[in-house]
Design a protein around this ligand. Structure first.
Ligand code: SF4
Length: 310
């Protein structure tokens, strides 16, 4: 499986070429809303999970194809800062191209000065922060036992002061889990200490790891936006526009043919089709919207199946 995927049209980044430096679901958290399902390898250990030379070689080849790319984005199937060679990769990519580099991170390792230093050369960092109190942190993000929310928050504050690029803070809101007025007022206080370019409110749009993780409606999102300050805070609207441009009908049909035979997880579909999980998720989202497939939980995994026509 390739570690480079896309370019995929992204809500925030235009055409984003993804780099996945981590094996599937290797993460410091196990968020109840995770679109990739439950975390199978919860860890805070940093190492070279995927060899940086392999990624750089693949990227160099890819860049020769001269496709439209707005950002090269470290993201994918887990927490990218767990790869201990992320700094080397950023530095080497900067030598290859002037395309800006974005890092999508859950922010939990920014409490380590080494991780903060590793990201300094990136252009845009998008850390998440879904909770302020330890109780809500545990409920929504189900963190590794060594992580403490106060340290995570201090890490993001420190990084925001040291980093010269742009920082967009993402807050993922889950109905009745982390959207209380009390929690949001605490968030509003804490973010005053961070140097942020934007605050982005998101909610559960794609199928979550847990069925009880429900989306907020637009009215509730607007109310929270009001609490956090409308100048910098935006609601990430559901992405529709460009999605169709990278959407291939034959892949859709192949997914439907495959799911007609037996129910499969995103991971199964990804290895079967040779597509990155994030790409598979885009098709799955469209097919669910069209009511062509449905999903159900079985032994902690979400399985997709085709809805049979009468
Ligand atoms: S949403 Fe991101 S941070 Fe949370 S478990 Fe999934 S990959 Fe990890």
């Amino acid at each position: 499986m390739s570690q480079i995927f896309g370019p995929v049209p992204s809500r925030r980044l235009g055409f984003s070429l993804g780099i996945d430096p981590i094996p599937f679901k290797t993460c410091t958290l196990d968020c109840i809303y995770c679109q990739l399902g439950r975390t199978t390898h919860k860890t805070v250990e940093r190492k070279e999970y995927v060899h940086s030379n392999q990624i750089l070689k693949e990227l160099e080849k890819f860049l020769k194809e001269k496709k439209k790319i707005d950002y090269i984005t470290f993201s994918g199937s887990g927490e990218p800062t767990l790869n201990s060679n992320i700094r080397k990769m950023i530095t080497e990519i900067k030598k290859m191209t002037s395309i800006p580099i974005a890092i999508l991170t859950n922010g939990t390792l920014l409490s380590h000065s080494q991780v903060r230093e590793d990201l300094l050369e990136a252009d845009l960092v998008i850390p998440s922060l879904d909770a302020i109190s330890e109780k809500v942190f545990k409920e929504v993000n189900r963190p590794h036992p060594l992580l403490k929310i106060d340290e995570v928050i201090s890490g993001i504050i420190n990084f925001s002061k040291e980093f010269k690029g742009k920082i967009w803070l993402e807050i993922m809101l889950v109905k009745r889990i982390n959207d209380s007025l009390k929690e949001m007022r605490k968030v509003a206080e804490i973010i005053k200490e961070m140097k942020l370019n934007k605050i982005q409110l998101n909610t559960v749009i794609r199928p979550p790891a847990e069925n009880f993780a429900q989306a907020l409606n637009i009215k509730d999102l607007e109310r929270i936006r009001g609490i956090l300050g409308k100048e910098k805070c935006e609601i990430i609207a559901k992405f529709e526009g460009n999605r169709q441009k990278a959407y291939k009908k034959d892949i859709e049909e192949e997914i439907l043919r495959t799911l007609k035979r037996r129910p499969l997880t995103v991971e199964d579909l990804s290895s079967f089709l040779g597509l990155h999980q994030n790409e598979v998720i885009k098709y799955i989202t469209v097919l669910e919207e069209k009511e062509k497939i449905k999903s159900q939980f079985h032994r902690g995994q979400r399985y997709y199946e085709k809805i049979l026509e009468n």
